[in-house]
Design a binder for this molecule. Sequence first.
Ligand code: ATP
Ligand code: MG
Length: 358
Amino acid sequence: MSISTFNNTKNKSDSIWIDLKNNPKNYRAVTGDRPTGPLHIGHYFGTLKNRVFLQNLNIENYIVIADYQVLTDRNSNQETLNYIKEIILDYLAAGLDPINKKTVIFTHSSVPELNQLLLPFLSLVKMSELERNPTVKDEIKAANLNAINAAMMVYPVHQAADILFCNGNLVPVGRDQLPHLELSRKIAKRFNERYGTIFFEPNALLSEFPVILGLDGKQKMSKSRKNAISLNLTSDETANLIRKAKTDNECVITYDPCGRPEIANLLHLLTMCTGESSEKIADRIGDRGSWYLKTNLIDGLNSYLEPFRKKRIELSKDTGFLFKILENGNEKARCLASETLKRVREKMKMLYLEHGNK
Ligand code: ATP
Ligand code: MG
């Protein structure tokens, strides 16, 4: 994604942040996660915190656990169920409330009508658009795949179905998702132009720091890249990982996101925990160096996560209720997806029998 496209997306996101509080009724949010591992602090600061914020503005909030998408870079679903449970615990501990609020949590494999949207959507996309998607290219490289399956190439289109099935218009995501969201916008626009208007063109809602780097300081933090700090770790485990985070050879801490991305990433994380600006933290720490910065971050992050951890431990004592949450969510998502699919087939003139042609 070019810098100018990113800047446009960021500006749009900034204006939505201002509008949200005045006009929450104009928005329906939708996002999701792959059940490939427990969520990490990149998820928390990149999207989860924003989902909770939207929910608390009483905005409808659809959250898809993208279980088919596990198979884009793995051959087995063996651990998926366990990760689904872990992820729902993370959601609840972070403050998502599918019982009392307008948050719907569902697995996309349980919603056949959503998956059927993939077929007409595929016909709206060019092969070249799929082949040049930078996030897909990164994921193929990171997974070190011998052979690339077709699900990997078309999952951004599937993701459009995950967003458009509920006609969501706001997607709180990290930077990695922007190429996919751009494709969802194109699919919505092309469908509307070709068959008649149904869909909104969804917008991204970005955080202050739209990508959290992993402990390697190079790639984005991700469940699959073994560079993450999971939210379910203890404070000691978190401290040990932060101590190992890659930094550079300079002794003095300065804030230079382009020149010193590893240090900037640690500063960003501390900013998100305490609210103090990254520049100020860097000035304050100065020649006390990266060890002292890490000590500050360990303290800041552990106290920030303390309520989350307490709640998660409490919730995980009895996980039977997680299935009820999913059952309700799947049912609600299915209702909405059926309506959308019907409208789509109607516009495409594919409701043959329903139109009295028997
Ligand atoms: P995987 O490695 O299995 O793909 P992941 O860590 O990339 O897992 P996803 O489930 O693909 O996580 O992403 C879910 C959501 O979290 C997306 O909206 C994505 O933008 C956001 N997200 C993931 N990692 C980060 C990160 N490092 N910084 C900001 N946002 C992130
Ligand atoms: Mg990912």
